[in-house]
Ligand binder design. Sequence first.
Ligand SMILES: *Cc1c(COP(=O)(O)O)cnc(C)c1O
Length: 460
Amino acid sequence: MHDWGPAEELLAHAVIGFAVERLQLGKDPRWGARSAAELERQLAGLVTERGAGGIEALRRFRDVLLPACRPLDHPLALAYVPGAPSVAATLFDLVVSSCSIFGGHWESGAGAIAAENQALRWLADLAGYPDTSAGVFVQGGSAANLSALVAARHRAATGRDRPPRWRMAVSDAAHASIDAAARVMDVDVLRVPVDDADRMTGPALRAALDSDRHGGEGVFAVVASAGTTNAGAIDDLAGLADVCAARGLWLHVDGAYGGAALCAPSVRHRLDGIERADSFGVDPHKWLFTPYDCAALLYRDPTAAVAAHAQHAAYLDGIDRHESNPSDLAFHLSRRARGLPLWFALATYGTDAFRDSVETTLATAWGLADELARRPAFELLVEPELSVVLFRRRGWSADDYGAWSTTRAREGVALVLPTGWRGEVALRVCVTNPRTELDDLVALLDDLERFPGAGAPAFS
Ligand SMILES: *Cc1c(COP(=O)(O)O)cnc(C)c1O
């Protein structure tokens, strides 16, 4: 298993060759999930006492397993928050795997960590964070949110009695992972209502704290969204920062999706105030063209994070605690240096290329919004702040949306899923791929106008 011989040579060419070929081939948007029973049948005979051999396993992966995975980097994969990894970032992910780097501690991963820190510094500078800030790449936005909130509570718990219940203030539109973090941490959530455009404002937060029947007791953090998943709405970060500063609350900004907008001059001002957040997260695997999985978590002052997360034991005491140890900044110990593909792409293409690619996706999304506003068959539900466009096909029922969405996904035309907006069904398009063309989105609108739904005249 560890020696290198002719069989390994052959397997290496087959595997690397496949990866290079796969990168160049267009993705088939008809690919997607199959039943577990069918896939189990297709997997038969591979994992046995003697194995089936790498070439056969690779063949099965190429022909059966990969086509059972939906390619979210297809230009018309517009549901969820899709991703579109660059060529350089994807290639470098292969390199990271081949180097067997333990990225948890400086001692074992200094070179990789220094490069990751350079990529984190780019994000910190975009946000206006001081030189003393520090960050770490974790698996995803959910992990980033949880790790930041654990640090926040640790700071709040230091040097004072514990309240009966810890709580955090969260808007109605915050991502599901915040509720998940609250469950993991066994803390309660103080709900803050959003405005018409799904934003949490400073005054709304102040009102929620003031009218709280527990007088705000036990509240240790406020979680703001820089780009809600459903609508791309950006909370009033400066207003929230004022309230947090006045009340000694930790402000965490969840920018898993929208944090990428920090590098886009056309929308950067909408994130003003983020420099005052105690922590923020951005998922490069969403809108910064990096393969899964890669989420950046930054702390304005890492002291509380280190106090909350650093693991101590006799077998760990040898590490140099004065250096940058990513393990200390989140809930993990062993870690892949998963920020390296982003770093390599930044070094390959330059930061301007990231700016231009994000701006391209914004222009495409806003072009779609303009087109929707021109067409009487549609209702644009909210003026897009980022690259999420929410709209309604007038006269359609939930079944009509479902029928169109399922049909077009099955045909491989596009992946657009319905969502909810103010209690009604709506369509949601999220553009994170610079190769998504406005013309193709306009063609989807034509298709929506013609689609024979129950509420619309057929073949009109
Ligand atoms: C996607 C998303 C998350 C979760 O990120 P994962 O990387 O999927 O764990 C959290 N917050 C927001 C706003 C998101 O869009």
